[in-house]
Design a binder for this molecule. Structure first.
Ligand code: 1GP
Length: 260
């Protein structure tokens, strides 16, 4: 099964999928095996691997370690052309729609395409849309994109419609890693009802209520990274997964009386 089909199946069965972002630049590659095993035991549906800026040459090594332990798909979420590898199951083929840097809209992709073809990597075309989040994040700075104002859901919705017309497979609504405020659920609701393209939401999600409200608002996938980079929080992965998998919780609640 292709990774994209797997992800859609997860979304359909569970309500939304829970994706854990592993930033190789921030994580100790020696601990990655433990992190991956614990995450998937806790209900993580797939791993995103990538970094806004790699300051160490450990992308391939980290990916190999993640791949070795992962039973769920490993998807590259590339911060640059240096983050392409045949060790992953798929790559988000990102276009930063509102960037002023044309290389990030379509440019780097031309350099990447032959390598991706050579690696036989599955590509998931993704319209990457930055949303204002209370502070300047690395994603905002590196993507040279003006974030959409938080209260302007109609602008995000128009981008989503355009992304659908272009034929993108996914829309990534991004507040940026470590954002003060995550993407507002109202914006997610408007965006996901404006096109048929599944929506990933990430950036600044630090509690289960937020994760649940974004999934309930129509996000197909919820991404967290920063919060779980702190070791002390890893025991909370399971509750996050449960909050995102709201359909499973509903099914369990309906089935529960009959099981008495
Ligand atoms: C960043 O959306 C991801 O691209 C995850 O953000 O690290 O804030 O969870 P956090």
């Amino acid at each position: 099964m292709k990774t994209f089909d797997y992800l859609l199946d997860v979304r359909d069965r569970k309500g939304a999928g829970f994706l854990l972002l592993l930033d190789p630049d921030k994580l100790d590659s020696a601990n990655l095996g433990d992190i991956v095993r614990h995450a998937q035991d806790s209900g993580v549906d797939a791993f995103l691997v990538g970094s806004s800026l790699m300051t160490r040459d450990i992308f391939e090594k980290s990916l190999a370690e993640i791949r070795k332990h992962a039973k769920v798909p490993v998807v590259i979420f590339p911060g640059s052309l240096f983050q392409i590898s045949g060790q992953a199951d798929a790559i988000l083929f990102l276009s930063v729609l509102a960037s002023r840097n044309t290389d990030l809209i379509v440019g780097n992709h031309v350099h990447a395409a032959p390598l991706i073809r050579q690696h036989k990597l599955e590509t998931i075309s993704t319209a990457y849309i930055l949303v204002e989040s209370g502070k300047l994040t690395s994603a905002h700075f590196m993507s040279d994109s003006t974030p959409i104002p938080r209260e302007k859901g109609e602008i995000a919705a128009a981008y989503a419609m355009a992304a659908g017309m272009f034929g993108f497979k996914l829309i990534y609504l991004e507040a940026g890693s470590g954002a003060l405020f995550s993407v507002p659920p109202e914006m997610v609701r408007l965006v996901s009802s404006s096109s048929n393209v599944p929506v990933i939401v990430g950036g600044g999600i630090k509690d289960t209520d937020t994760a649940h409200s974004l999934a309930s608002a129509g996000a197909s996938f919820i991404v967290t990274g920063n919060f779980f980079e702190n070791d002390g929080n890893s025991n909370r992965l399971k509750e996050f997964a449960k909050a995102v998998h709201f359909k499973q919780a509903m099914t369990a609640a309906v089935e529960a009386p009959g099981t008495k």
